[in-house]
Write a protein that binds this ligand. Sequence first.
Ligand SMILES: Nc1nc2c(c(=O)[nH]1)N[C@@H](CN(C=O)c1ccc(C(=O)N[C@@H](CCC(=O)O)C(=O)O)cc1)CN2
Length: 304
Amino acid sequence: MTAQLIDGRAFAATLRARVRERVAALAPEAGRAPGLAVVLVGHDPASEVYVRSKGRQALEAGMKSFEHRLPETTGEDELLALIARLNADDQVHGILVQLPLPAHLDPRAVIHAIAPQKDVDGFHISNVGMVGTGQDAIVPCTPLGVMMMLRSLVDDFRGKTALVIGHSNVVGKPMARLLLNADCTVMVAHKSSTNIPELARMADILVVAAGVPGLVKADWIKPGAVVIDVGINRVDGNAPDGRARLVGDVDFDRARAVAGAITPVPGGVGPMTIACLLANTLRAYCLQLGLPDAPLLSDTKDPE
Ligand SMILES: Nc1nc2c(c(=O)[nH]1)N[C@@H](CN(C=O)c1ccc(C(=O)N[C@@H](CCC(=O)O)C(=O)O)cc1)CN2
């Protein structure tokens, strides 16, 4: 068997186009475009790239983009004061603080300072609690993107068994909650659990967000399973140009022969993260302005 490749770039392009269409339809009537504020503290090279893409893609979707780049030495009071200003700014409908933050800043205090209705990352405890209790809320971007891709492949989650490897607040925990809300039977494993291979062999859906290159071996995968690789690891590779190459948490080349469907890295889950940020910003804007908020991709079986 050769697994179906799940093309995250195609999904993301479709979702971005739908966001752009909806913004074009709503903004003239609302008298303003959705506004996304992205805050970056310090100079983490990967974060710089993601923040640039977020700003560019927001503009392409017809949104306003407000970028706040702060020095590495920024104090917590200063950052919280900026967030308070953004909370009060009616041009700003979505606020995101790029993670990771420099070590002297407490991410919990920073995230909890964001008004829950503007928390387009879905990390505020109020949104986390709503998702955890199966209520409608702003959902973290990466797990939201994964659910959209899974819905195109899985007709009914009831009776399916899922394993999520990794339990971060950004991916693993919300992912497990969304799968539970979809009536899946869900297992969550720490990346260093010794029994992951046995758990994985039971999984119809395997979501890996461990940050360990090639952690999941082909013989851990149940034949025909849907494998979603959230890992983005930069490894010094044998690339012809000598640059680091990106690999996931799954031994992709061998896993492909066993899985039913699989996401590549790059080009799988990653592109959906920013597309879902745009969808969340549009949603936050609709909720704040009392505009209709219809699903964009989650109801669609085919990304085309
Ligand atoms: N506040 C947040 N911080 C972080 C989040 C987040 O959702 N909110 N997620 C990640 C980083 N991230 C967005 O912020 C992100 C990661 C990966 C991609 C992506 O498109 N990946 C590409 C490869 C790109 C590359 O060359 O690095 C892919 O997988 O194909 C987009 C956004 C941590 N921080």
